[in-house]
Design a protein around this ligand. Structure first.
Ligand SMILES: Cc1cc2nc3c(=O)[nH]c(=O)nc-3n(C[C@H](O)[C@H](O)[C@H](O)COP(=O)(O)O)c2cc1C
Length: 325
């Protein structure tokens, strides 16, 4: 149902790239709840150039979480190609080139979203990467650097060149770089990309915070698929709901309070396996805030989890608030 070069997914959605969130625990949960595939957060090319360095930096994807797409960031075609090769060797199913990141320090170095203003350089990066790897190569774009006519022209030029070069998919976040995360995502432009390039796989992103909205956008924008980003943080149920909506199955019931607690415990345990205890406790907080949104005593549950100072306190708070013995 969703074709990204040689990668075929039976459902038209994925868990998006989310730096600081989409590491293995979040990816495993997304897969358990029905996402056919997930993304890493973005990695700077020069940190991943050597296989040894890349292995240290990230975990090679494995087991339950497979398949995983790797995303890289950089401005130098040769370094990006070397990083892509290392990622492919680590077992990533395809390589996504980040031409979207709006972080000021990324833009200052001519990386990420600033490459939307340099379509020729972006395409040169794509060509070098594609020539270096056998797996599919895709691009993550925003709808332009800013809302000026010049930016829009650059955006369409990049899409045109990418389609001509046979990019395996365009992931389009419906905001400009300048917008960062402000305002509403512009789905007209996402839909227009598919209309203009019907033979290219086009996957949309932006404000898909619940399953119904995601399902509706696939239909109304007539695109190949979507990626779920903020809507999946502390909410892996979004994937089972979306799967049910798209396959015509009945909507799964809301997760019970104990099921929510069990998922939180699993999530925390996976985080604790890969981080020092205090770092795991702090890291889990940003997921816990969102998990707590479903809790009938949201504020109290959240406060207890934010106050927890070690793993025993985290586990105790979850058990207490989620009725787990
Ligand atoms: C905390 C955070 C981290 C993100 N990290 C990345 C990233 O590393 N690479 C990327 O391509 N997009 C990244 N994004 C953008 C998302 O993948 C997505 O395109 C964007 O959030 C719009 O989707 P949403 O409105 O449904 O969240 C990030 C977004 C957020 C909120």
């Amino acid at each position: 149902m969703l074709k990204i070069g040689s990668v075929n997914l039976d459902l038209p959605f994925m868990q998006a790239s989310l730096s600081g969130y989409s590491d293995r625990p979040m990816r495993v949960l997304a897969r358990r709840f029905g996402a056919p595939m997930t993304f890493t957060g973005v990695f700077l090319d020069k940190n991943a150039v050597h296989l040894k360095a890349a292995k240290k930096l990230l975990f090679a994807p494995e087991g339950e979480e497979l398949p995983v797409a790797g995303q890289i960031l950089g401005a130098n075609p040769a370094t990006m190609a070397a990083a892509a090769a290392a990622f492919e060797q680590l077992g990533y199913a395809f390589i996504d080139l980040n031409f979207a990141c709006p972080a000021p320090k990324v833009l200052r170095r001519g990386r990420g979203g600033s490459l939307l203003q340099k379509p020729e350089t972006a395409i040169e990066i794509f060509r070098r990467v594609r020539d270096k790897v056998r797996c599919p190569v895709t691009m993550k774009l925003r709808t332009g650097f800013d809302s000026s006519d010049a930016s829009r022209e650059d955006f369409w030029q990049l899409c045109t060149l990418a389609a001509e070069e046979g990019v395996d998919a365009l992931f389009v976040h419906g905001r400009t770089v300048k917008q960062k995360y402000r305002g509403k995502a512009n789905w007209q432009t996402v839909a227009e990309v598919k209309r203009r390039f019907p033979d290219t796989t086009v996957i949309g992103s932006g404000d898909l915070l619940d399953a119904q909205t995601a399902a509706d956008q696939i239909t109304s924008a007539a695109i190949d698929g979507v990626i779920i980003a903020r809507g999946a943080i502390g909410n892996p149920w979004i994937f089972s709901e979306l799967k049910a909506l798209l396959t015509g199955e009945p909507k799964p019931p809301q997760p019970s309070i104990t099921e929510q607690g069990e998922v939180m415990l699993d999530h925390f345990e996976m985080i604790a396996q890969t981080r020092e205890m205090i770092k795991a406790v702090r890291y889990f907080r940003k997921f816990a805030v969102n998990y707590c949104r479903r809790h009938p005593q949201r504020k109290k549950a959240q406060t207890a989890l934010m106050k927890a100072r070690n793993s025993t306190e985290v586990v105790t708070a979850i058990k207490q608030f989620y009725n787990l013995a």
